[in-house]
Design a binder for this molecule. Structure first.
Ligand SMILES: Cc1ncc(COP(=O)(O)O)c(C=O)c1O
Length: 414
């Protein structure tokens, strides 16, 4: 049977089919916290959708030839630099996601090393903690670079000594996460950047999760190791607008400390030797949505500094309520971290069965496998959603204890 039908269906019939597919997915209220949806509150979501719809067919690749779109992008980039304390010098490229931002930064680092470290033999080498995101491994593979992940310290943060010991003659980059995906903890970025300065290395601060969050948390009085361009020695930063910028996917940013460093972003990929003249793109993608950038701009304008602080405050309240509710369940404990990630496990129950129970309850559990933790990303959701999640986890714990949860449901994802 062919999948492409011979004659077209009506628009209504097509949408009905899509709705039926959607019904098979995880129920949106159940997806909300466990799948890191990042939609903010209902008004933020509406602003995002409205802005996105205004530009849903527009191509950011040609936005620089459109006066209005160009201005939106310029303002968006300026706000990004302000948020990440880039001062007068920092430069931004908008990409399709954290993985592309990381790829671009590693590419720029490689090109920087070609010029600035002519004595080093390739393949170049990246040093990072075990907790850094898998996007670095992908980037290293695509770019023909080597990479060493060093064990983390007991508290899961980067181990400076282990990182320094892993530096080799061909090392050009050290990485820190602010925060790491696995546990929501911020690495000691100032110390990693100092290590980079000591050995004349490129230092990348991966703020994909924290770029549009940590600033507000700091202003709300949370103690966080500094993560952005205030730290001397931070060369580049990745920061995702489609996470705590609440923008439509795909939308991220990669920042360079100054124009000279940003020039390495374009090294070798500012194409002129074909029939159509200069082909210089923001990142890896050619055509890409303008709509997600428009949504990021609209949300920033809608929230402003105070609105973002307030949204973060409300998200942190949800985080605290989740932690309190989870830790009231027998054997559950949560990591105390510097983010909106609620990372938890049970010290008394079989976590494999807990994962199975989560699937049985109609969720998909994100988290870490070694050690086993489940994740939620806190947002200002309703009391009903918070209570539903906590009540489901109480049931799961009970089911694991009395043997009614077998973990069979998990097999679906294995
Ligand atoms: C710390 C960190 N870095 C990078 C990424 C990759 O981002 P993306 O999925 O947008 O490519 C993620 C994704 O969750 C992340 O948590």
């Amino acid at each position: 049977m062919k999948t492409l039908n011979e004659t077209g269906l009506s628009p209504e019939a097509v949408i009905e089919l899509l709705d039926n597919f959607k019904k098979q997915d995880i129920e949106p209220n159940k997806a909300r916290l466990l799948q890191g949806i990042h939609q903010g509150d209902p008004t933020v979501k509406q602003v995002c959708q409205d802005a996105h719809n205004r530009f849903f067919h527009h191509n950011a690749f040609i936005a620089t030839y459109e006066d209005g779109q160009k201005q939106i992008l310029n303002e968006l980039k300026q706000m990004v630099v302000e948020i990440l304390n880039g001062g007068e010098e920092a430069c931004v490229n908008i990409t399709t996601g954290g993985s592309e931002s990381i790829f671009c930064a590693m590419h720029a680092a490689r090109e920087w090393a070609r010029v600035n470290k002519p004595d080093i033999r390739q393949p170049y080498h990246i040093v990072m903690s075990r907790s850094a995101h898998a996007a670095f491994d992908k980037a290293a593979h695509y770019l023909g670079m080597e990479l060493t992940r060093v064990p983390w310290k007991e508290d899961y943060r980067a181990d400076l000594q282990a990182m320094e010991e892993a530096i080799q003659p061909n090392t050009i980059v050290v990485v820190g996460s602010a925060p790491m995906w696995g546990f929501g903890l911020v690495d000691p970025i100032p110390e990693i950047a100092a290590l980079a300065q000591k050995h004349d290395l490129w230092m990348h601060s991966d703020c994909c999760v924290g770029g549009y969050l940590l600033r507000w948390m700091e202003e709300l009085g949370h103690e966080i190791p500094t993560w952005d361009f205030r730290v001397p020695g931070v060369t580049s930063i990745s920061a995702d607008l489609h996470k705590h910028g609440y923008a439509a996917k795909p939308c991220s940013t990669v920042l360079y400390r100054n124009r000279e460093l940003q020039n390495f972003h374009y090294a070798g990929v500012d194409i002129t030797n074909w029939q159509s003249g200069s082909y210089k793109t923001e990142g890896v993608a050619g055509s890409r949505p303008f709509a997600s950038s428009a949504s990021a701009w609209a949300i920033m304008k809608h929230l402003g500094h105070q609105g973002w602080l307030d949204l973060t405050r409300r998200s942190l309240e949800v985080k605290n309520r989740l932690i309190e509710g989870l830790e009231a369940i027998d054997g559950f404990e949560c990591i105390r971290n510097e983010s909106l990630l609620v990372c938890f496990r049970s010290t008394t129950l079989d976590m494999g069965l807990v994962f199975g129970g989560v699937v049985e309850k109609g969720y998909f559990p994100f988290g870490t496998l070694d050690p086993l933790y489940i994740h939620m990303s806190a947002e200002p959701v309703s009391d009903e959603i918070i209570e539903m999640v906590l009540s489901d986890f109480r049931d799961i714990a009970k089911g694991v204890k009395d043997g009614t949860i077998t973990g069979e449901a998990l097999a679906k994802y294995m």
